[in-house]
Design a protein around this ligand. Structure first.
Ligand code: SAH
Length: 350
C-alpha cells in the first residue's frame, strides 16, 4: 500500500450503515452509500474508476479521501487432502493465515480474527505466538474476498461456509468482528447467511451474550474438558468464566433456526479421553441443543500433547452416541501443511 493511503479512509472497514453516515457527512445522498457499498465487494474491483454508475466528480472526490484495501497473498499451499492454506501479508509486515477446507461439494473457509492470540490455551500453537494485535474489519473481510477471488480464477467454486476458527479469539476483538460479520452477511456485501456463518470461542461469556444480542450467527464452543480443574489447567480463560457460566450462556444463546451449538472437544491422550470423561460430557450437555465434534489432538513437536489411540477415540464417541448425541470425529485436515486446528502460527516478514 502506498503512503498516501495512510491518510485516506479504508471504506472496507465500514458496514453499510457506517458508509451511509460517511456519505451523509460528505453532503451526499444516503442512496450513494448503497451504490458504493455494492461495488466494494464485487470480484475484480480495485479502483473507484470502475464504479461506472457514479459520476466522474464523485469518483474523483472519493478517490481524494478514501480507498479500499485488499490483502496480498504471500503463501498458497495445498495439502494432499485438498485443504488450501493461504498466508496473507498485512500492511505492518504481520502475517495471518486462512484455511480453505473442501468437503465434497462444499467449501468451508476458516478465517482469522487476530494476529496471534492472548488466550494461552496450552495445546494450541497460535497461543505460543502471544497476542500481537486485533485485525480490522477490512482485514477480516478481505481474507474472504481474496480466497473467493482465487477460487473464482481457478474455477474451484465458491465459499459455502465461514468459520471463525483461524488465528485468534474472535470475541476478544468484538467490535471489529461485529462489523466484519455485518459486511460478510450483508446481501450487498458477501451475502453469507446466518446459517452459513459460525463464530468459535474459547468461552468469553460476556462476549457470547453480546454476540447473541447484536447479530444472529452460529456458535461453536471450544469446551475441551468436563470439569473446571482440567479445563482450568488447559485453558486459562476457565479461571475467569467456569464451565457452569459458559453452559448457561450457551443455553441462552439465540441460535439461527434449526441450528445447534457446535461443541468442540479436543481429545488429549490421558488428559480428557477416559470413559468417565465421555459420560460426564454426556451429562453436562443434557438440555443443550448441540452437536459434538471430537478433534483428536493435532500433534506438533513443539507441544507435549498426543492423540489417544483409535480405539479410545471410538469408545469415547460411542458413549456419546449411546446417550443420543450427534457426534462426529473430525478428521484432521491439512496437517501436512500445518493448516490443521491449532497449528496456525506465522512469523513476521523481515
Ligand atoms: N479462539 C477460538 C477460535 C479458534 S478455533 C476458539 O478457541 O474457539 C481453533 C480450534 O482449534 C479451537 O477449537 C481450538 O481449541 C482447536 N485447537 C487448538 N489446538 C488444537 C490442537 N492441537 N489439536 C486440535 N485442535 C486444536
Amino acid at each position: 500500500m502506498n503512503s498516501i493511503n495512510k491518510e485516506k479512509i479504508d471504506l472496507k472497514n465500514f458496514t453499510r450503515d457506517d458508509l451511509t453516515d460517511f456519505v451523509r457527512d460528505h453532503g451526499l445522498s444516503p442512496y450513494r452509500a448503497k451504490q458504493i457499498f455494492s461495488w466494494l465487494y464485487r470480484p475484480g474491483i480495485t479502483d473507484f474508476s470502475q464504479m461506472t454508475d457514479l459520476g466522474k466528480k464523485l469518483r474523483k472526490s472519493l478517490d481524494d479521501q478514501a480507498f479500499f484495501s485488499s490483502l496480498t497473498t504471500r503463501v498458497r499451499e495445498q495439502s494432499k487432502d485438498g485443504t488450501i492454506k493461504y498466508g496473507f501479508l498485512l500492511d505492518d509486515g504481520n502475517m495471518i493465515e486462512s484455511v480453505l477446507i473442501p468437503d465434497g461439494e462444499r467449501n468451508t473457509l476458516c478465517v482469522s480474527s487476530q494476529v496471534g492470540c492472548a488466550m494461552g490455551c496450552l495445546f494450541c500453537l497460535t497461543a505460543t505466538m502471544g497476542f500481537i494485535r486485533n485485525l480490522t474489519p477490512a482485514e477480516i473481510v478481505n481474507q474472504v474476498c481474496a480466497v473467493r477471488d482465487d477460487l473464482l480464477q481457478r474455477r474451484l467454486g465458491t465459499i459455502n461456509n465461514l468459520v471463525f476458527m483461524g488465528m485468534g479469539e474472535p470475541l476478544a476483538n468484538f467490535a471489529n468482528l461485529l462489523s466484519a460479520l455485518k459486511i460478510l452477511m450483508d446481501q450487498l456485501g458477501l451475502n453469507f447467511s446466518e446459517r452459513r456463518t459460525t463464530v468459535s470461542t474459547c468461552g468469553l461469556v460476556p462476549g457470547i451474550k453480546e454476540l447473541g444480542e447484536k447479530i444472529k450467527v452460529n456458535l461453536a464452543l471450544s469446551l475441551h474438558a468436563v470439569n473446571d480443574d482440567i479445563r482450568g489447567q488447559l485453558m486459562p480463560v476457565n479461571k475467569t468464566w467456569n464451565i457452569a457460566a459458559l453452559l448457561d450462556a450457551c443455553r441462552q444463546y439465540p441460535l439461527p433456526r434449526r441450528k445447534r451449538i457446535m461443541i468442540e472437544y479436543i481429545l488429549l491422550r490421558d488428559i480428557n479421553d477416559s470413559e468417565k470423561d465421555a459420560k460426564q460430557l454426556a451429562e453436562l450437555m443434557r438440555g443443550i441443543r448441540c452437536k459434538i465434534n471430537l478433534l483428536p489432538c493435532n500433534e506438533t513437536p513443539d507441544l507435549p500433547y498426543r492423540q489417544p489411540s483409535a480405539e479410545k477415540i471410538a469408545c469415547f464417541q460411542q458413549i456419546l452416541l449411546d446417550s443420543g448425541y450427534t457426534v462426529i470425529v473430525r478428521s484432521s485436515r491439512g496437517s501436512d501443511i500445518s493448516a490443521a486446528c491449532g497449528q496456525l502460527s506465522v512469523s513476521k516478514e523481515p
